[in-house]
Write a protein that binds this ligand. Structure first.
Ligand code: AVJ
Ligand code: FE
Length: 431
């Protein structure tokens, strides 16, 4: 058992580092140290930060080993320096950063070889600290993928196109009212904000069977939705005006129709793909225009996990099996959301599609603690963000790894942000 866990962890660490290497080796040193957007760190900061977190948690805390580079902790503490200020810091250069993460990894693997997964030591029980570090690196890999999307210049990343739609998916699905279990106590690598499991009574509602597509979103644009304050909340309208919002980020208006720039390539906007790179205020306005609303976080999770046959909450819409390529568009296997209908194998029992993968889905809820929440293992992962100006995103995107995605996983960001791979679907009350 213990040996299986050790092998699983080693494989996950290695798989994750291969992705980090892909993202950081794809560009030259100039591009690694450059800031591609004031919203993002230089890629070389993410790289060394990933190594520094691994050093803090696996080498020093779990392993009880001496620090590798205590002197750089401050540089790579995300709370000490805002992203826009990071390029000016005396950061490790690309060669030093690569050597540092490799040195830390060697020590972490040595710790893994010797660690006993004692159930009474919560940080290591079921390999939690290792799982946390794998997820942390994958989260930064997705952040680095957003940086790649913001980067100017010719393309450096390639991937096969996502699968085509197997069948059209339209309309709404009725989710019956009643109680369901939200969150988890048992998922071994679930993070603190996903805990504890608790029962929530959710009245009946309807939810879109698929994320809102570019074609649907274009109808909102063509109907003058961006210029009509009726659809926007006061804050949303103010932001729309200040930021001059007219279309999703990365869209280009062309005499022949809308185009988007994706990882350095310009392509026509595809009508059947989920819309991506919209902020929460845009999602809110679209929903109002469509005569709908965003789902609450509890509604989203009930649609994604509740099994009407057993009353149980599943790990994923399709069941408890880990995501495979037949279930969802995850892990940067493709460099775009897949068309709606591309993953019939990933649908929920009631027929809600593509809840996992493709695009993060904004929900109406702010980021709050579940009843009985306890910060673990550090307050700065979740607790310090509760009650702030954040909205929750669910389900993961094409850039989210399977290790950092499940039916209970909670992401959050400011409602104006759209450099992330964010889309949405709508819901409405049952009349
Ligand atoms: C959960 C995606 C909001 O990237 O800010 C990374 C994850 N926390 N390092 C973020 C995280 C610390 C976090 N999000
Ligand atoms: Fe981090």
């Amino acid at each position: 058992m213990t040996q299986d866990l050790r092998l699983t962890i080693a494989a996950e660490l290695e798989r994750t580092r291969a992705r980090t290497a892909l993202l950081t080796d794809a560009v030259d040193d100039t591009d690694l140290i450059r800031q591609h957007s004031p919203l993002m760190s230089p890629l070389v900061w993410d790289l060394a930060h990933v190594g520094n977190q691994e050093e803090l948690w696996l080498v020093r805390d779990v392993g009880g080993r001496d620090p590798v580079r205590q002197d750089i902790d401050e540089l790579y503490d995300a709370f000490k320096h805002a992203r826009r200020d990071r390029p000016a810091l005396p950061l490790l250069d690309p060669g030093q950063a690569r050597a540092y993460v490799a040195q830390v990894r060697q020590k972490a693997l040595d710790v893994l070889d010797r660690v006993r997964f004692e159930p009474d030591r919560r940080l290591v029980d079921n390999g939690f600290a290792f799982g946390m570090i794998v997820q942390h690196e994958q989260q930064h890999d997705e952040t680095m993928l957003s940086t790649h999307q913001l980067r100017a210049g010719s393309p450096v990343l390639t991937a096969p196109a996502p699968p085509p739609s197997a069948a059209p998916v339209t309309g709404e699905v009725l989710i019956p009212g009643g109680r369901f279990v939200m969150g988890t106590d048992t998922d071994p690598w679930a993070l603190d904000n996903e805990r504890p499991a608790h029962t929530v009574d959710v009245p009946a509602f309807r939810i879109d069977a698929a994320p809102v597509t570019n074609a649907q979103y274009l109808a909102f644009i063509d109907a003058g939705g961006y210029d009509d304050p009726r659809w926007w909340s006061p804050r949303g309208w103010e932001h729309r005006n200040n930021a001059g919002l007219q279309a999703p980020l990365h869209w280009i208006r062309d005499p022949g129709g809308w185009l988007y720039r994706r990882f350095g390539r310009v392509e026509p906007v595809r009508g059947d793909e989920p819309v991506v790179h919209v902020c929460w205020f845009e999602a809110e306005a679209y929903a109002a225009w469509a005569g709908k609303r965003l789902p609450t976080e509890a509604e989203w999770e009930k649609a994604a996990r509740w099994d009407p046959a057993t009353g149980r909450s599943r790990r994923f819409p399709w069941g408890d099996d880990p995501p495979g390529p037949e279930h969802a568009n995850l892990g940067q296997r493709h460099l775009a959301p897949a068309p709606v209908g591309a993953y019939p194998g990933g649908a929920s029992p009631l027929g809600v599609h593509q809840l996992i993968g493709d695009v993060w889905e904004w929900v109406s809820s702010g980021f709050e603690a579940y009843p009985g929440f306890a910060a673990f293992p550090y307050r700065e992962y979740s607790e310090v963000f509760f009650g702030g100006d954040y909205r929750v995103l669910r389900g993961g995107s094409f850039g989210t790894d399977r290790a950092a995605c499940r039916g209970t996983f909670r992401n959050w960001d400011h409602p104006i942000r759209r450099q992330i791979f964010s889309g949405f679907r709508c819901a409405k009350d049952v009349a």
